[in-house]
Ligand binder design. Structure first.
Ligand SMILES: NC(=O)c1ccc[n+]([C@@H]2O[C@H](COP(=O)([O-])OP(=O)(O)OC[C@H]3O[C@@H](n4cnc5c(N)ncnc54)[C@H](O)[C@@H]3O)[C@@H](O)[C@H]2O)c1
Ligand SMILES: O=C(O)C[C@H](O)C(=O)O
Ligand SMILES: [Mg+2]
Length: 465
């Protein structure tokens, strides 16, 4: 069972003549809950109302505790609230003005009539939008809700909490204003047209949680047809952080990327981009596995990406399910679904195996199960060591791109970002539980943005000195 960060707050009304709080706490403990805080809401001579915050493993356990407490004589549960839902009340972000408007003079400057002169100036020279509007520090985080985390396709409204979360991270780590935009269409052409129409307001577009293979065409077309950078985070953000982690893991296992057998599981958005970056970095033997087993030559695939994949990977033409092709692998990278890598599979890997189980929220294998058999273990989650998550990349890469007003994010900039992340950890600090810097390491955004700006200048895509 994965560790949980789920907390519920029970508002209890209790009759002190019939029951003590100690008895209630014991009952909660016996049902598996962990009481972490108690707040007295109203204290009377007989009746008392308290809010009890309890750490629980899952919703089933929560229900068991509520039933148990409700069944005690002298107690009634008045209300149950989930701490995670509470932080989402009313949404997680807001728009703030940089200036106060307290009088008519200010009003006429920030708004009509004076603002018209600024509009006219931009109309004459559209590049002024970068200086005189929010454009230069604004990114749209756009999803159609088709591949949200590991949840798959959900309604666009349901994707909003994730996109709001991404927007918070853009602000927190790189001071970028990011707008969550969830689209009520899954039509490739319509998505492209909508994003193109939005582009005047933004300095960059971060595509998020759009399913493959549609995500490939959407990104490719937008890159060609727009003059602001487009970045599909689940592809490139993930690939950059994975590559950084692999660079550092290989320093520990003292293996060369050229000689490693690398099994990538889940050949969707993330798996395809990870593979391309691994190949660019020199990997010689990458085997991709999806639901139907290893992708190999001699099979006809109905999507262009998998046909490309079959041609450029799996040099030994291995076939069969994950449990077969995992044999002798040096590295496993999972971006597929929770729980699909078994302990028996890990045991078949080569010496000093490296396992990146990155499916969210449930990894392909839990660290507690894999740990005895692996040399380096990473997940996408913040509650285990070695968090390989694209949050390490997208704030820094967009900070760099916006600051040098890059017209695109190219391979050189992505590789520079991966190296910058890896080198944030010094040789002395590097160890099995620290191959990837922490999200709160302020050096990461700075290192990435500097490296990305340099690479943008070197490759001629920077538009600002
Ligand atoms: N840690 C991170 O930073 C990070 C970043 C991106 C994606 N992810 C996770 O990776 C997963 C995939 O994301 P994506 O955006 O590439 O989605 P996607 O839908 O584009 O691709 C998922 C692929 O996995 C395959 N798959 C699903 N179940 C499988 C199984 N049982 N065996 C083999 N293949 C299977 C699907 O067929 C598909 O090709 C999600 O769980 C997502 O949360 C993690
Ligand atoms: O959102 C995350 O935590 C990572 C990634 O973008 C995902 O889709 O899982
Ligand atoms: Mg995502």
């Amino acid at each position: 069972m994965a560790r949980s960060n789920m907390h519920v707050i029970l508002r209890l009304e209790m009759d002190k003549k019939q029951i003590t709080f100690g008895e209630i706490a014991t009952s909660i403990n016996n049902s598996g809950g962990d009481v972490v805080a108690i707040d007295v809401i109203k204290e009377g001579p007989v009746m008392t109302i308290r809010d009890i915050t309890i750490k629980v493993a899952n919703e089933k356990e929560q229900q068991r505790i509520v039933n148990e407490v409700n069944g005690l004589a002298g107690v009634s549960v008045r209300h149950v609230s989930d701490r995670t839902f509470l932080v989402h009340l009313g949404g997680k972000i807001e728009v703030k003005s940089k200036l106060d408007i307290n009088n008519r003079e200010q009003l006429s400057q920030v708004y009509t009539p004076e603002v018209a002169r600024v509009s006219q100036a931009i109309d004459t020279n559209p590049l002024l939008a970068y200086n005189l509007t929010i454009k230069n520090n604004a990114v749209a985080v756009i999803s159609d809700g088709t591949a949200v985390l590991g949840l798959g396709k959900i309604k666009p409204e349901a994707a909003m909490p994730v996109m709001e979360g991404k927007a918070m991270l853009f602000k927190r780590f790189a001071n970028i204003n990011a707008y969550p935009l969830c689209l009520n269409t899954t039509d490739t052409e319509e998505i492209i047209q909508v994003i193109k129409a939005l582009s005047p307001s933004f300095g960059g577009i971060n595509l998020e949680d759009i399913a493959s293979p549609q995500c490939f065409e959407i990104e490719e077309r937008l890159k060609k047809e727009m003059d602001i950078p487009v970045f599909h985070d689940d592809q490139h953000g993930t690939a950059i952080v994975v590559l950084a982690g692999i660079f550092n893991a290989l320093k520990l296992t003292k293996k060369n990327i050229e000689d490693c057998k690398i099994v990538v599981c889940g050949i969707g958005a993330a798996g395809t981009a990870i593979t391309k970056m691994l190949l660019n970095a020199g990997a010689g033997n990458v085997v991709g596995v999806d639901r139907e087993g290893a992708i190999h030559k001699g099979n006809n695939y109905d999507n262009a990406t998998w046909s490309w994949y079959a041609k450029h990977t799996n040099p030994n033409n291995e076939q069969g399910p994950l449990s077969t092709v995992i044999k002798d692998a040096d590295i496993f990278i999972g971006v597929s679904a929770g729980g699909i890598l078994k302990v028996d599979d890990v045991k078949k890997m080569a010496k000093n195996p490296v396992v990146f189980a990155l499916a969210n929220p449930n990894p392909e294998i839990l660290p507690e199960d894999a740990d005895p058999y692996v040399r380096v273990m990473a997940t996408g989650r913040s509650d285990y060591p070695n968090q390989v998550n694209n949050v390490l990349c997208f704030p820094g890469i967009f900070r760099g791109v916006l600051d040098c007003r890059a017209s695109a994010i190219n391979e050189e900039m992505k590789l520079a970002a991966a190296k910058a992340i890896a080198s944030t950890i010094s040789e002395d600090e590097l160890n099995e539980e620290y191959i990837i810097p922490g999200v709160f390491n302020t050096q990461v955004v700075q290192n990435i943005s500097e490296a990305v700006i340099q690479a943008a200048h070197d490759t001629g895509v920077a538009r600002k000195v």
